[in-house]
Design a protein around this ligand. Sequence first.
Ligand code: ADP
Length: 585
Amino acid sequence: MKKKLFITYFIIALVTMLAVGGTLFLKGYSSLVKQSEEGYMVQTQLLAAVFEADFPGEENLNQLVEKYAEEYNVRITIVSEAGNVVAESSGDYEDIENHSNRIEIKKALEGEKYSVRRYSKTLGVECMYCAAPLVTEEFRGVIRIAVPLEELKSMEYGFLKSVVLAVIAISAAILLLAVYFSNYITKPLDEVTNAARKIAKGDLQVKIYTRQKNQIGVFADAFNSMVEKLKNNMAVLYARNNELEAILYSMDNGVVAIDKDNKIIFCNQEFKSLTDRENDDVTGLPIYHVLRNQILYDVIDKVKETGDSITKEGNLYREEECIMKISGTPLYDLYEKKENKTVGVLLIFEDVTQIRKLEHMRSEFVSNVSHEFKTPLTSIRGFVDTLKNGAIHDEKFALKFLDIIDIETERLYNLIQDILLLSEIENNNDYNVKENNIKEIVGDVITLLHPKVKKNVDLKYEADAYIRPYTCNADRIKQLMINLIDNAIKYTENGTILVTCSSDGNFLYLSVQDTGKGIEKECLDRIFERFYRVDKSRSSKTGGTGLGLSIVKHIVEMYNGDIEVESEVLVGTKFLVKLPYQTVS
Ligand code: ADP
């Protein structure tokens, strides 16, 4: 740009200079020639006047001619009326041919002054001749002076030299001016170009500084305010984008938007975590390359086909079982919404595994509870019917049946108690929370359960001398220990039951170890489940509800603790509870 402007400037100026210089030279030169011609003519006329005033006679004429020729540095020739040369300053006039046919002589003889340029045979160079009539009383002829044109030529050369020098000097000045002006004009444009480049690279701190008040100044001001606006708009867009990203990022659900060609427009991290490309940038990739799932494909196809929102649920094949609810909604072009023009599909992935598991557990719980109730109730009804049908009259049978009804009623009562307790713990209904002496609580439980211990079993209790008081609901810890010790008593026929209680400042440790029947390895993972019993017949004999350990686990979780179980069939079982000293949740 700058180069072009400079060249244009320079060419225009140079052409103008050459035209002006050429014209000046031609005009000047021709006026110079005219002036010198006129000068020589005036000189001729003056010499004619001098010769007329002081005519020395024809014989002495040559002397006078030579004198003036030397004085004025010209060639002087005097020609008679007949055309004969009567005096000549350069050479012998007698040898010179008749001049009557020379145009200047002819004209002068006719009484006119006349000048002409011609080659001089006498001088052997191009000359300018100026002739004027020379008329006295005794002589009638012509005086002519001849000047070699070389002198004029040297004048012409000198003039040309001055013109050329002037053109060169002015051209140099123009060159400098062209550089200055092209810089002056292009500098702000260069700045704008550089600024625009910086903006394109994302730098919005650029500004054009100019003191010019012309159009360039106006342009720079407009550019600066445009950049300012752009900066503000970008800041707003950036903030909005950040907000949107923050919202998408903090969503628990996977969100992905795809275009008409099923290519990902944007997605959040949660969506990426459902795929194998968690750490990749998946924008622009077809969704089928990122996540292969038939339900997803069905949702996309259905949304595109119907233009309605669609929700489907199914398994997503990952390492763990995962049930996904996939909702698809058509994405509309905001500007062409009237025409119902969709530009893609928005998909939301909701992990419903836990909800479905809970629902399953709930229904399983209901069916288990019904089953647990049904058995004792059936038994009670059966015996009541038997009594009604006559057995009541046989006291021995009647008492036996009433005993059974009593046991079953007790079982039902225990079951209801346990279910209520479980639901209370599950709902996190903890009350009466305060610092408790755990050593004492466990001691009380031992005292309470001691009568149930079989005669071949020794129930021992070992506790540290000092146990840091533990903040909790005393009833919960009591319940926990009752369930564990009661189980140990139930499932131990002989040997020892050792209950320990200790603390290390950070944790409270409670353990119940017995030398009972033990639990099979494959059952260890399930014993904390509700209504799970290792051996149904064994449990019904012992009157267990199958909820004891489930209650224990919930109490432990309530205090953010941990429970471990080690067991070997026919050797014994050990439950170890670890509770942290911290605020109850
Ligand atoms: P239950 O009321 O039937 O005892 P629990 O939830 O307390 O139910 O226990 C679940 C199952 O774990 C019991 O049915 C029993 O088979 C087994 N179990 C629990 N504690 C012991 C133990 N100390 N020794 C052997 N088996 C045990």
